[in-house]
Design a binder for this molecule. Structure first.
Ligand SMILES: CC(C)(COP(=O)(O)OP(=O)(O)OC[C@H]1O[C@@H](n2cnc3c(N)ncnc32)[C@H](O)[C@@H]1OP(=O)(O)O)[C@@H](O)C(=O)NCCC(=O)NCCS
Length: 182
């Protein structure tokens, strides 16, 4: 349930990127490890989804669900004791969807060096109403040159996502029409 006012048709409010940008920090423990003793990728993905979800909720002013997660990259292993910072911001907005970019940084527990980037990901969230149906979102206003670059790159990813989905759907329809049952 949300008591946020619905956005009337024709009115598209704008919110700056900084209004919803956030960082989630977490110390890794022995419960987070894989068989190698480093942190399990799924633990990092959960933090990424949590941080991105918080940003999507803040930007859209209500509930938002993960529609897709792509380009999750793990650059360096994370270890027990490391302090992980997950930074997320809205890169781009459509009608009801938002692309959230996430950067994962780790401060090594035993080194006094600056936090190192250990991963990144792009997630698409759809803002939904009480019935789980997509609802309109405020448009994001990129503020810095970096925000503007991220907006443009997100548009490229959006175009590719839509083209890939369309091409796969067409292929499946074509095979079904040919009577191929897999
Ligand atoms: C995401 C969801 C709301 C989309 O609903 P839908 O009926 O397909 O609605 P639409 O096709 O209108 O899509 C809504 C928006 O999401 C985008 N979207 C939907 N699926 C997407 C995908 N797989 N990848 C990227 N974007 C996607 C659409 O492009 C559209 O964006 P726009 O309004 O900005 O143009 C619905 O599929 C859903 O509820 N999925 C389950 C979500 C979930 O449970 N997540 C995990 C737990 S949080």
């Amino acid at each position: 349930m949300t008591d946020q006012p619905q956005i009337p048709e024709g009115e598209i409010p704008v919110k700056p990127t900084s209004a919803s940008r956030t960082t989630l920090s977490h110390i890794m423990t022995g419960n987070d490890t894989n068989l190698l003793g480093t942190v399990h990728g799924g633990v990092i993905m959960k933090l990424v989804d949590d941080a991105a979800g918080a940003v999507a909720g803040r930007h859209s002013g209500g509930p938002a669900v993960t529609a897709s997660m792509d380009e999750m990259v793990f650059l360096e292993p994370v270890r027990v004791g490391d302090l992980v910072h997950v930074r997320a911001q809205v890169n781009w907005t459509g009608r009801s969807s938002m692309e959230v970019g996430v950067r994962v940084m780790a401060e090594r527990w035993n080194e006094s060096t600056p936090a190192q980037q250990v991963g990144s990901a792009y997630l698409v969230f759809a803002a939904v109403d009480e019935d789980g149906k997509p609802r309109r979102v405020p448009q994001v206003a990129p503020e810095t040159e970096r925000d503007k670059r991220r907006y443009q790159e997100a548009q490229i990813r959006r175009t590719h996502r839509l083209a890939r989905r369309r091409a796969i759907k067409e292929l499946r329809e074509q095979r079904a029409a040919e009577g191929i049952d897999d």
